[in-house]
Design a protein around this ligand. Structure first.
Ligand code: GCU
Length: 331
């Protein structure tokens, strides 16, 4: 290269300019940790994966969500508490696990609350559902959306349960939820709250005789290996909730908050579409593995727990009022 020629340096300068333009202004990427207790093949995890993908796209890569499933960063309750301290950005919790943080979430623990799926989503997506999502903001927990967690059904290591009487005297694991504990007691069993991740061992060692959960969780937790009877009592339809720590939320710009909220809404709709198929597949899988799936007369279970509505309305009138509004929600 003859450096005395006026244009000799031009290609070099252009190359440098292209390289610099490629680097662009130094852009910082905000990384949000999202930890939860479910298996990565669970449809609720897939909802969160969709949230992460949508958020990356909306923010042009500026907001990145790293997922930590299977209780890697702690149990459901520990993750909720980490959000409160600001040590974790996001988690997904069952609304039952939130009852201790805001009483409003108890409403979803009322047995046989929804007449069907359309009613459930009308309530969750309507004014009352959106209000409950924000009920724990004062406790540093902001709900962004709901995920479908279907309906919950009993399973036991011991006897077949066909009627509520069959639960009499059994030790049933519940979530850490005052409503679940009351419901199990109303059905004549004794309630033992245990973290989801510890339940397999608790069933194996006979600490409890049974539990209750939706089909994908029953299947993916492998509880079906120990519990050979699954009774479709469908006693509650407790939704899951995607949560962000208010410590993190307040650090986001208004634009970033909008991206997060929009991505959550889109993931809610996406996850709902996955649910029924995942439930069908889980039931097929456990049947194939030799589990007896029992279709009971649900009205018998419903009669046993009907009195809970009056009791809750008397003890917690605000929750009673929410229950009335949920029941009146129309698609
Ligand atoms: C459901 C729910 C989980 C919850 C679990 C439980 O699977 O989706 O969030 O942890 O129930 O029974 O604890």
């Amino acid at each position: 290269m003859n450096l005395r020629r006026p244009n000799a340096l031009l290609p070099l300068v252009t190359l440098l300019a292209v390289l610099l333009a490629g680097c662009g202004p130094v852009r910082s990427v905000k990384v949000i940790k999202l930890a939860h207790a479910l298996d990565p093949s669970h449809p609720v995890h897939l909802g969160m994966a969709h949230f992460a993908a949508r958020l990356a796209e909306k923010s042009g890569g500026r907001l990145r969500v790293d997922l930590y499933p299977s209780g890697q960063l702690g149990s459901e309750r520990e993750c909720i508490e980490l959000l409160q301290l600001g040590g974790l950005g996001m988690t997904k919790a069952s609304s039952s696990a939130l009852e201790g943080f805001a009483a409003e979430f108890r409403v979803f623990g009322l047995p046989f609350l929804f007449s069907d799926e359309a009613h459930r989503w009308a309530a969750l997506e309507g004014e009352v559902g959106r209000e409950i999502l924000l009920a724990a903001e004062g406790k540093f927990l902001r709900g962004l959306c709901y995920y479908d967690a279907g309906t919950r059904n009993f399973y036991t290591t011991k006897r077949r349960v066909v009627r509520p009487e069959d639960l009499a005297g059994l030790k049933i694991r519940t979530q850490e939820s005052p409503m679940a504990i009351r419901m199990v007691r109303a059905l004549g069993a004794s309630a033992t709250p245990i973290a989801f991740g510890e339940l397999y061992t608790a069933l194996q060692q006979g600490v409890v005789d049974g539990a209750e959960n939706n089909p994908p969780s029953f299947h993916l937790s492998r509880h079906y290996e120990l519990c050979r009877h699954y009774v479709l009592s469908e006693h509650t339809a407790v939704p899951d909730v995607l949560l962000i720590s208010t410590h993190l939320w307040r650090q986001l710009t208004a634009e970033e908050q909008r991206w997060v909220q929009e991505a959550a809404g889109e993931s809610e709709r996406h996850q709902r579409e996955l649910w029924n198929e995942a439930t069908r597949r889980a039931l097929d899988a456990v049947r194939t593995a030799g589990v007896e799936v029992i279709e009971p007369e649900k009205a018998l279970f419903q009669e046993r727990v009907a009195a809970l509505y009056g009791e809750i309305a008397r003890e917690l009138p605000a929750v009673g009022e929410l229950a009335r509004r949920v029941r009146e929600a129309r698609p």
